[in-house]
Every structure is written in C-alpha cells, then in structure tokens.
Design a protein around this ligand. Structure first.
Ligand SMILES: NC(=O)c1ccc[n+]([C@@H]2O[C@H](COP(=O)([O-])OP(=O)(O)OC[C@H]3O[C@@H](n4cnc5c(N)ncnc54)[C@H](OP(=O)(O)O)[C@@H]3O)[C@@H](O)[C@H]2O)c1
Length: 335
C-alpha cells in the first residue's frame, strides 16, 4: 500500500517585524510508520493561538525554517499500536499544522463529548476555560462593579466578558473596529464597547467608565495596559491573562515606565493568571459553561476557516483583530 502523504505547513521565513502569510509554505512528506505504542492521528481541527507567534523569532530553541508550525488541535485516530487507542477515536493533542501526526500515549487525551468538536476546541477547551476561570476565579467580579476587558471579542475575551455580565458586573470591552464593538453590545450583551483604533484610548475608557474601572482583564498588555492603569479606581484589580500586543514583533517592549507609581498610589492589585492552575476544576467549569449555553445566558462565537492552506491567513489575521470569538481551522471532517 502506498504511504499516506502528509501535507504540512512549515516555516518558510523568519519575520523581520510582523508575521505575513509568506512566512509559511506547504510541503509534503510521507506519514511515518508507527513505532511500538504509537498512534497515528488525522487532524480535524487546529487551534489558532496568538502566543504561538512568540516562537517564530529565529532564536535558538525556537522554530526554524522547515519546522512544522506547532498547534494544539483535535483529531481522529487512524491507526494505533497502543491498547488504549482505537481507530475512529477522537483525541486532543498537539496536531501541528498538518494532516497527520504520530504520538505516544502520554501526548493524547480523550474527553467526554458535550457538543460539536468545535465547542471542545473553544468553550470547553483552553480558550473557554481561560475566559471562565480568569474572570470567575482570578478576577472575581462583584455585582455592580465596572469590568474592562481587552481583546474582548476574542476566544478568551468574549467568554470572560460574558462571565462578568452573568456575575452582575457592568462590562466594557475594547476591540479593534466599530463593527466588532457593535457586535459586543448588540449580540454579546456588553454594556459598552470601545474601538481602540478610533482615537485616544484614555479618553474613550474615561467616557465608557466614568467612575473608573474596578477590574481590568488584560489580554493585550503594552500601551493598553499602561493606559488602563490610569483609569483604575483606587484598590482596583488587574488580571494579566496575556499580552497579545507584544507577540507579533521581533522587538517586544519591556519597559514598565510609569507603572510602579500608578500601582503604588492607586493601591492596585495585579495578578498573573495561568489557566492550568485551575484544571482540577475543569469538569465543574465545563458543566457550568454548558448550562449557561443551554440557557442562552452565554453566546459562543466560533470563527472557522476551512482548509489547512488557510492556516497562515487565519493566524496572521489574529494580529489584525479579524477574528470574532475562537478562530480555528477545519482540516478534515470527522468520519
Ligand atoms: N493565561 C492563560 O492561561 C492563557 C491561556 C490562553 C490564552 N491566553 C492569552 O489570552 C489572550 C487572548 O488569546 P485568544 O486565544 O483568545 O486570542 P484572541 O483574543 O482570539 O485573538 C487575539 C486578539 O488580540 C487582539 N490583538 C492582536 N494584536 C493586538 C495589538 N497589537 N494590540 C491590541 N490588541 C491586539 C485582537 O483583538 P481586537 O480585534 O479585539 O483588538 C485579536 O483578535 C492572549 O494574550 C493569549 O496569550 C492566556
């Protein structure tokens, strides 16, 4: 039988500054034979995660030209030499941007189905859980508080914002277009939304949060964090979930400049937050998210592009704010 061909999207160039579609190229390789205990997985869905951009700097230990772009995803077992995995099973793993991947048992996980696979890569996966725990647990908004969320229409942000709404807070989102801002207020139920490209951010936050911000859920870092600091109430809290504004560059900003003085005089609390710290409560969170979805208290937005060849365009688009909700690539259909 001829060997299966594996299409792979590989790194074709290291960006000097911003990532472009031309930094990727499609190549083909035969699918390797399975070793003892190994499992062959056919990729169904791949996750678009902005932080992966930080691995394409050309630095030793990072991605190099010819490497397959790494990514988590969901796939279906095609063949296995391990007793725990059988043909047709659905698994989560590091699929990478390719049609097939080979894994040992420790690199594969199965899950109880709560809905379509797209829900498992979004709401019940890392993004949804990050929004849920980041807001419900790390942030802990109280009824009536003003909560500001950056990248508020993204995979994590659109869940975090809605969790704050469910908890009774007044929620304001920051996004990159008026159209996206209208979607936050019109469809997701945000109380107000700011187009970060429309004008000076400080004035826009002041207008949307006239009494100041109690809780800032930050996905973006950089200047946006510095600006938001000055709009915090005394004793305000900040959850640092990510710093997406610093991913798509070869020269991320490191300076904290005026940050310490603002933190000091406003008596702010800034918490670094990593979703994995809450994984012992994963099943409870999934149950809660499923119940809110079912009751239409929470809306899930999936931004699906079809075809492995669209992965570079889909990924680059994250840094232009093109996505609404969780962006993912459908590589193949479940069989
Ligand atoms: N702490 C954790 O455990 C954890 C786990 C997963 C993800 N994260 C972090 O959560 C954040 C959101 O991730 P995600 O997967 O949900 O991505 P996402 O929000 O779906 O996509 C990234 C968004 O970032 C915004 N953005 C991109 N470049 C920007 C820039 N230069 N300035 C301002 N905003 C910019 C854009 O939103 P707009 O169009 O709305 O401006 C874009 O849609 C990331 O920082 C990620 O690293 C953290």
């Amino acid at each position: 039988m001829p060997a299966k061909i594996n299409r792979q999207m590989v790194i074709a160039g290291i960006p000097q500054d911003r990532l472009e579609v031309s930094h990727y190229a499609m190549s083909e390789a035969p699918v390797s034979e399975l070793g003892e205990n190994q499992t062959l997985v056919r990729t169904l869905l791949i996750s678009m995660d902005p932080v992966s951009r930080t691995r394409i700097t050309g630095a030793p230990g990072g991605l190099q030209i010819g490497d397959v772009m790494p990514s988590s995803g969901i796939g279906q077992v095609v063949a296995s030499r391990h007793p725990d995995f059988t043909e047709g099973q659905i698994v989560e793993c590091q699929t990478g941007w390719q049609d097939y991947s080979v894994h040992g048992p420790e690199a594969l996980s199965t899950f109880a189905r709560l809905g379509p696979l797209t829900h498992h890569l979004s709401l019940y996966g890392v993004s949804g859980l990050t929004g849920y725990f980041g807001m419900a647990e790390a942030g802990g908004p109280n009824p009536g508080e003003t909560v500001l969320v950056s990248a508020a229409g993204g995979a994590v942000g659109h869940i975090a914002g809605q969790v704050a709404k469910i908890r009774g807070a007044r929620v304001v989102g920051i996004v990159s277009s008026q159209e996206k801002a209208d979607w936050l207020t019109g469809t997701l139920g945000y109380d107000a939304a700011i187009d970060r490209r429309a004008g000076p951010l400080s004035g826009a936050i002041k207008q949307a949060c006239p009494d100041g911000v109690d809780l800032y859920f930050d996905n973006v870092g950089g200047e946006m964090l510095e600006t938001a600091l000055t709009r915090m109430k005394d004793h305000g809290r900040i959850v640092i979930c990510g710093y997406a504004s610093q991913y798509d560059t070869q020269t991320p900003a490191t300076a904290t400049r005026g940050v310490p003085s603002v933190v000091l005089y406003k008596r702010l609390r800034i918490d670094g937050y990593v979703v994995m710290d809450y994984y012992d409560q994963k099943q409870t969170a999934r149950g809660q998210l499923a119940a809110w979805l079912e009751a239409d208290k929470l809306k899930l937005s999936i931004d699906l592009l079809e075809g492995l060849e669209r992965a570079p365009e889909g990924f680059v688009g994250l840094f232009n704010g093109e996505n609404r909700g969780k962006r993912m690539i459908q590589v193949a259909e479940e069989e």
